[in-house]
Design a protein around this ligand. Structure first.
Ligand code: RIB
Ligand code: CA
Length: 305
């Protein structure tokens, strides 16, 4: 369809990644060209299998999936299974698809290079996990950033982190990859400053009881554990908001400048600080029209019933 945003989505499927995949496949203005996976919320085997099952469950079994890196550029792999559950999908259990033809080679970094080079300036890359695959792609092809149409990153925070007091998880899980990507690319940063303002509410979760659509199943089952006594974390719609901003930047207001990534000290690694300047390469989202995004999310996923 003419005029659709051609998107490559890089995920560490987890709970909110699954909802981002659902939104990306249900927004008429988006054509999901390919999905790449990375280790993050859980290990690469699970993030890849989760992505495969979620896309098939959504009827998007034709979207190619390219498996990516299993560990950060430096340091040890960490995960967020205490938030997303051991599988990465909370209580959501999905069947294996009938075929694995969706799982493709080359691995994610080379696939990103090939996809961008095939249509210079035409692709929107949306990254909602650690930036390891993109840093590796740029290491393979150092001129790649000039041919990326637009880059939207769910990550960072101008305030407190959610992994450490200073680091948001996607940045903190691979600070060196983030440093390399932010140094090389113009991008829109969709950080905790806005993503923590959009959340699946208990009311919405309860409204989905008995609904059997693929979308309702994903949202309800993947977030149910957040509503139990003593739950850790909240079902913030971090990754779905990045998809929304890719299609409709007006959902957020931004500040422009240069974002620096702290890597030197273990305690502050992954901290993102903005040096504001009018011609900087980075647009940082600072406010969000939460009501309008939540309406978009529930309406496009058919959850408004
Ligand atoms: O900090 C939130 C981000 O970290 C989200 O992308 C979530 O899926 C985790 O990857
Ligand atoms: Ca994610």
């Amino acid at each position: 369809m003419a005029g659709r945003l051609r998107v490559v989505l890089d995920v560490d499927t987890g709970v909110d990644d699954a909802m981002a995949l659902a939104l990306a496949t249900r927004l008429p203005g988006i054509e999901l060209v390919a999905v790449t996976t990375v280790a993050g919320n859980v290990g690469i085997d699970n993030t890849t299998a989760n992505t495969w099952r979620v896309l098939d469950w959504l009827g998007a079994g034709g979207v190619p999936i390219h498996r990516g890196l299993s560990r950060p550029l430096t340091g040890d792999a960490i995960d967020a299974s205490h938030i997303h559950g051991a599988s990465g999908l909370g209580g959501l259990v999905l069947p294996d698809p009938a075929t694995d033809t969706q799982l493709r080679r080359p691995f994610a970094p080379e696939a990103i290079v090939d996809l961008v080079n095939a249509e210079p300036g035409a692709l929107t890359l949306v990254f909602v996990g650690p930036l390891t695959n993109l840093a590796a792609a740029i290491a393979l092809e150092p001129t790649l950033p000039s041919r990326i149409g637009r880059l939207v990153v769910m990550g960072g925070s101008l305030g407190r982190g959610n992994m450490t007091p200073y680091a948001e998880f996607n940045i903190g899980a691979d600070p060196e990859a983030a440093r390399q990507v932010f140094a090389a690319c113009a991008l829109t940063m969709v950080g905790l400053d806005v993503t923590q303002q959009v959340t699946v509410t208990r009311e919405l979760s309860e409204r989905l009881v008995g609904q059997t659509t693929p979308e309702a199943t994903i949202v309800r089952e993947a977030t149910a554990h957040f509503f139990r006594e003593g739950a850790v974390g909240s079902p913030h719609l971090h990754d779905p908001l990045a998809v929304g901003v890719a299609l409709d930047p007006s959902l957020c207001t931004t500040k422009r400048g240069t974002v620096k990534i702290e890597t030197a000290t273990a305690w502050c690694a992954g901290r993102t600080t903005l040096e504001e300047n009018a011609d900087g390469p980075h647009e940082v989202c600072v406010t969000v029209d939460s009501a309008r995004f939540l309406d978009l999310f529930t309406e496009r996923l058919g959850l408004s019933g």
